[in-house]
Ligand binder design. Structure first.
Ligand code: SF4
Length: 387
């Protein structure tokens, strides 16, 4: 079916989606609300290609909401490890428990009831309700904001409340009465494959005929970028305490960065790592070797980690609360932040340079958001917020 030129926005989008949209993603082959919900949460801050293997692996371990609700937090985090934005995993676990406790294990069909569950905002609730129950509800995720800002010529940063209100009004006004699933999928597909951030493929766009940004030559200016702000930097030491092939890990606090994951113990930069180990484990490291710093960009700040390798002899088996000794392979099976996982996985390589005491050092000079693939950092490895 091909929509006529001049047909309503929704009709053109639906016709385009049937021919050119995505139809073979695993979560499109089901109406199971659990699977639809899982896919929507994973796709909140992760691209389809990156989410796919995690989706399959997560479902293999947690095939339904009751299995997920009954799982331990460590198990859930271990299966999320590497996908980043770990708050999503905590919310997923909490929402599964809420569905079992308050909805008898069945996801509600009403978008408002869905939005009351942890980690489900208005747009995600609408997407779940649409794809699982065929409910008519408007979505407004990041890709859709970009499409609508351009097509309707809406100025301003989409995260600003007044601009977001305008975008929601546009999303509601364009929503058709029928074919809501194809329409919603079409909006998502258009944003992901045609109306992309840089160099949109307007010649292939089904709604190009009345796109205001195109008509007015403002495609590059819309949507407006986030207002510039200084990104704070933080530096910490990461203590790589090794004893007979085992590593000391500690569980991170339940709130904050990498909440609930296992990681290497941290110490403020400039403090004496060897003295800290002696005070907490009762044994002084044989030596102390500074490794190359690792930089990691979070949404709100940039973290530079300065790993310090601390071989120990005769360290006690027991460790203070929330810390434990793990063999290398066992450690890699835990829920770890991605940069810490890479660091541990690479520990077999000999440490470069002479043994030196850790010194105060700033990390890479790059700005937040520089893709890891650029490999630009000042003597260290760089990773992104997805860790
Ligand atoms: S014409 Fe271009 S800018 Fe406008 S909605 Fe289509 S792809 Fe986006």
């Amino acid at each position: 079916m091909a929509a006529q030129r001049g047909a309503p926005f929704a009709a053109r989008l639906v016709a385009w989606q049937w021919v050119h949209g995505r139809h073979d993603l695993p979560w499109q082959r089901t109406r199971d609300p659990y699977r639809v919900w899982l896919s929507e949460i994973m796709l909140q801050q992760t691209q389809v290609a990156a989410a796919l293997p995690y989706y399959e692996r997560f479902l293999a371990r947690f095939p339904d909401v009751r299995t997920l609700a009954a799982a331990t937090r460590d198990d859930v985090l271990a299966h999320w490890s590497g996908l980043g934005y770990y708050r999503r995993a905590h919310h997923l676990h909490e929402a599964a428990r809420a569905v079992v406790e308050h909805h008898q294990g069945a996801f509600p069909a009403d978008p408002q009831a869905l939005a009351a569950l942890p980690g489900i905002g208005r747009s995600t609730a609408a997407a779940i309700a649409t794809f699982a129950f065929g409910t008519r509800a408007a979505i407004l995720d990041g890709n859709v904001k970009r499409v609508l800002a351009r097509h309707r010529g809406i100025d301003g940063f989409p995260g600003a409340p007044a601009v977001e209100r305008q975008l929601w009004q546009a999303a509601e006004a364009l929503l058709p009465d029928a074919d809501v699933e194809a329409y919603t999928q079409g909006l998502m597909d258009l944003g992901a494959t045609v109306c992309v951030r840089a160099s949109p493929r307007c010649l292939l766009c089904p709604v190009a005929g009345d796109c205001l940004a195109r008509r007015e030559g403002r495609i590059d200016a819309l949507p407006a970028p986030r207002p510039a702000r200084a990104v704070p930097r933080r530096d910490v030491q990461l203590l790589v305490c090794e004893r007979e092939g085992r590593l000391l890990l500690e569980r991170r606090p339940a709130r904050g960065v990498w909440a609930g994951l296992w990681s290497l113990p941290e110490l403020p930069l400039g403090e004496d790592a060897a003295a800290f180990v002696q005070a907490s484990l009762g044994v002084r490291p044989a030596r102390s070797e500074a490794m190359a710093p690792v930089e990691h960009a979070f949404t709100h700040f940039t973290l530079t980690m300065h790993p310090v390798r601390l071989p120990l002899v005769d360290a006690p088996d027991h460790a203070p609360a929330e810390r434990r000794w793990f063999g290398r392979e066992d450690a890699l099976g835990l829920g770890l932040p991605a940069p810490v996982r890479r660091l541990i996985a690479g520990l077999d390589a000999p440490v470069a340079g002479p043994a030196v005491a850790p010194r105060r050092q700033r990390g890479g000079a790059g700005t937040r958001g520089t893709p890891a693939a650029h490999g630009r950092s000042a003597g260290g490895r760089r990773s992104s917020a997805s860790g």
